[in-house]
Write a protein that binds this ligand. Structure first.
Ligand SMILES: *Cc1c(COP(=O)(O)O)cnc(C)c1O
Length: 383
């Protein structure tokens, strides 16, 4: 969609509404039909064609938020990634992919690509030179994640987009951590943006969904694969997601503000060894993050000093829950070495910078003073 003059919260609230012509209700009706008229219609609708009224209209909201012409919603973030990859890569093609990446994406590439004869290279780092070095003659797609999970590295999105354009290679980004509230990669030249809508789009830890936003042509290309793979989302969930997204801007801005304050506070705490947050001046890519993000996001990681047990710390938290997922309005913490990176050996983990002390923190909307108090009291118990 060409950039509109509408503000963020107006897009969140109103774009993609279905008008209730019959009863004039204020919210979108939910259409649960899995069967639609096929004679004399413009669109042949069917849930697995991703074009029921609720699917079609929610896609408009996501496209508007990412400044694209089109978008598609899927049953999960992994469905969005896998359908996008399968649409742009076939037998004999090669993918260049960032080394620091969501664990599920890494598994998908390593476990599925060899079965279909698709080649891939994980970069040695996240600088543009690392991507350039990995390109081969048969490279068709470059996929990045920024900020990345769990160390919040920041990739130069504009430089990657330019590299792709120069070499005639498509580029895609996992924009889950930043959300469109904090980062719009299409403006920076990236071809396709995907989201785990399970995270900030849903925002209440009760929806599993995914999305891709891009040009009409690229979305059509993905649709041609998706109608065969069949990863569509139920209209009940689509409707819930539309409702959730009305507060996306409000939630993520409040969470981002809290994260900035917490990062600064943790950074000064004598029992905290290190904080990973792109908003801190000490972050190696702080300037780059400032140039390409509208806000620094609500995810951060930190390490406690070595004589404090990070697992026990999480058990002592009263308000902040430990949780596998992220991005809800409630604050949650997780140990990457016990979850996403548990299959790596301690030496392998150390090589990618993930210590046993590392705690990933998904910052919620609670009052800053209460979050600070909870962390302080947990540290005090261990000390
Ligand atoms: C959760 C997540 C995914 C996968 O999404 P699902 O909805 O769990 O399939 C992909 N990328 C990132 C960055 C995520 O956090």
């Amino acid at each position: 969609m060409p950039k509109q003059n509408l503000g963020l919260n107006t897009i969140c609230t109103h774009i993609g509404e279905i008008k209730d012509e019959q009863f004039k209700g204020s919210v979108s009706p939910i259409y649960l039909s899995s069967s639609y008229e096929f004679l004399d219609v413009d669109v042949k609708r069917y849930p697995r064609y991703f074009n029921t009224p609720n699917q079609e209209y929610l896609s408009k909201k996501i496209a508007a938020l990412e400044y694209t012409d089109a978008a598609m919603i899927f049953g999960s973030g992994m469905a969005a990634i896998s359908h996008m990859f399968f649409a742009f890569l076939q037998k004999g093609d090669h993918l260049v992919v960032q080394n620091t990446l969501y664990g599920g994406t890494v598994n998908f590439i390593k476990e599925e690509f060899p079965k279909y004869g698709i080649e891939y290279t994980f970069t040695n780092g996240y600088k543009v030179e690392d991507f350039e070095a990995a390109i081969q003659d048969n490279t068709r797609l470059i996929h990045i994640e920024s900020p990345s999970n769990p160390l919040l590295t920041v990739t130069d999105i504009k430089a990657i987009a330019k590299l792709g354009k120069t070499k005639g290679i498509f580029t895609s980004i996992d924009n889950t951590f930043a959300s469109p509230v904090n980062q719009n990669p299409i403006d920076l030249g990236i071809n396709m943006v995907m989201h785990s809508a399970t995270k900030y789009f849903g925002g209440h830890s009760d929806i599993c969904a995914g999305a891709v936003a891009s040009s009409k042509e690229n979305i059509e290309r993905i649709w041609n694969v998706s109608k065969n793979l069949g990863g569509s989302l139920s209209d009940m969930t689509v409707w819930m997601l539309e409702r959730s997204m009305k507060t996306l801007g409000l939630r993520v801005k409040a969470q981002t503000k809290n994260a900035m304050k917490l990062a600064k506070w943790l950074n000064k705490h004598p029992k905290v060894l290190r904080v990973y947050y792109p908003g801190l001046k000490s972050h190696p890519e702080h300037k780059l993050a400032k140039s390409q993000m509208k806000g620094f996001g609500a995810m951060l990681s930190f390490e406690l000093i070595h004589d404090l047990d990070s697992e026990q710390f999480q058990n002592e938290l009263k308000l902040i829950k430990s949780s596998m997922s992220l991005a809800g309005i409630e604050s949650t913490v997780l140990s990457p070495h016990l979850t996403s990176h548990a299959l790596l050996s301690p030496a392998e983990r150390e090589a990618v910078g993930i210590s046993d002390q590392l705690i990933r923190f998904s910052v919620g909307i609670e009052a800053f003073k209460d979050l600070k108090h909870d962390i302080a009291q947990a540290i005090a118990v261990l000390d």
